[in-house]
Ligand binder design. Sequence first.
Ligand SMILES: Cc1cc2nc3c(=O)[nH]c(=O)nc-3n(C[C@H](O)[C@H](O)[C@H](O)COP(=O)(O)OP(=O)(O)OC[C@H]3O[C@@H](n4cnc5c(N)ncnc54)[C@H](O)[C@@H]3O)c2cc1C
Length: 436
Amino acid sequence: MLKIVVIGAGHGGLQAAKVLADRGYDVTVFERERKDKLSRDRWDTIEPAVFEDLNIPLPEGTFKDAACAFTAPFSNKPLIIDLPEEKRDWTVDRRLLAIQLADSAEKEGAKIYYETPVEKLIFDNTGVIGVIVAGEKIYTDLVIDASGVFSPFRRSLPKRFGITSDPEPDDVFYTWDAMFTETDGIDAPKDYNFLMHLKYNGEKCIAWCVPEFEDKYAAFIGKAGGLSDEDFDRLNGKLRNDYPWLGTKLIRGGDRAEIPIRYPLTKMVAQGYAAVGDSAFMTVPLLGVGVANSLRAGQMLADAIKDADSVSINTLWDYQVRYYNEIGSGSFFIEKLKRALLNSDNDLLLSFFEGGIISNEELKSLINGKITLISVRDLISRIKKAYEVKHLFGNLMRAALSGYSAMKAASSIPKKYDPLKIAGWKQKIDKIMEQK
Ligand SMILES: Cc1cc2nc3c(=O)[nH]c(=O)nc-3n(C[C@H](O)[C@H](O)[C@H](O)COP(=O)(O)OP(=O)(O)OC[C@H]3O[C@@H](n4cnc5c(N)ncnc54)[C@H](O)[C@@H]3O)c2cc1C
């Protein structure tokens, strides 16, 4: 019987554990935290289809997301995503979801050890062959690394595996989020909805203050590259100034975390090793929306193993190919747009928003990592038109073109495991992604 160890009880790792245990494999999950501290104490927005597709019941208290809007620095014209109710995301208690997934995995026979960190991977000259936990060596056929964006296990892999060790500084959003009560005597405007500020305060930052429950507000600050105490004081000060109804009584959260905001690993598997979720950078680059992608990846990995009844490198590569075909390739296009947006001057962003270049539906599809709704050629021609009018869109146009090439290159992933072909493919993508 195949023996599989999952490091980290995040959403993707747990979904894989559940499906693999259900198939009858010997699955063990090691999680550093206590069960009641799983994931984070916050409400996430998650695409509805993933619950239906993977047959995951909605956790108690789940509700439909409100319409949301984006705005550029200094713009008074938000781009509103006001989708019909059935197309809106679910707002989900993410801790409850993780606990529910853990319970289902255990019900299917997976063993979960909480407060039990994995210390190291064990290698031989073929690949990963086990883990060390509490000083004890545990040998296994496969290690699923679901330990998050700064996985020390990914970093410890030998260079010859060709797996990227660390994200670049701008590839990670350093976040703070919290929920507060309303300030006594200051009511929020009636038409106030989910307004997300891109490049808040003109910095590489996204921020919002949104009503989440009656008289309660969720505040978020995320800054690419790092959020020092000085950064936090400055941005939090501005948020409180912009949203005076944001009170000071903390209801939940108030802690820091990191979200990868880059394209997925170009190699996420090696003999005996597969990365899932944030450890493979599976979030959507611009926004860091990642729960659905992690869940789907966990399912894809488990399906590939079940179908082949094997954890050979060929099987693991099939998982990566499926992830790229169904989700990952689109992220390369968004990654290029992300870089252009983060590095663009604020006037350019203002014009992009005020020039009506992108529709609400298109923005939503981009955010979900699906660019099928929008023709890239069409987008480029719109940007070009605006460029002629406003002389401001040169770098966005270059980003769109480069993003298109990156996406095309990513989707030409070798269909079968072939180290030479994979090295050639990876080199081609790396070259496009290295271009600033
Ligand atoms: C503030 C914030 C807001 C977000 N909002 C959204 C949103 O609205 N919608 C959305 O889809 N996504 C959102 N995301 C992204 C989303 O949280 C992740 O993409 C998703 O949860 C997948 O994460 P993961 O399971 O791969 O990793 P994680 O959730 O980071 O889980 C990793 C797990 O590994 C454990 N671990 C680490 N090291 C070890 C070790 N040595 N041994 C054992 N266990 C270990 C950790 O304790 C943790 O439980 C947000 C992220 C943050 C930080």
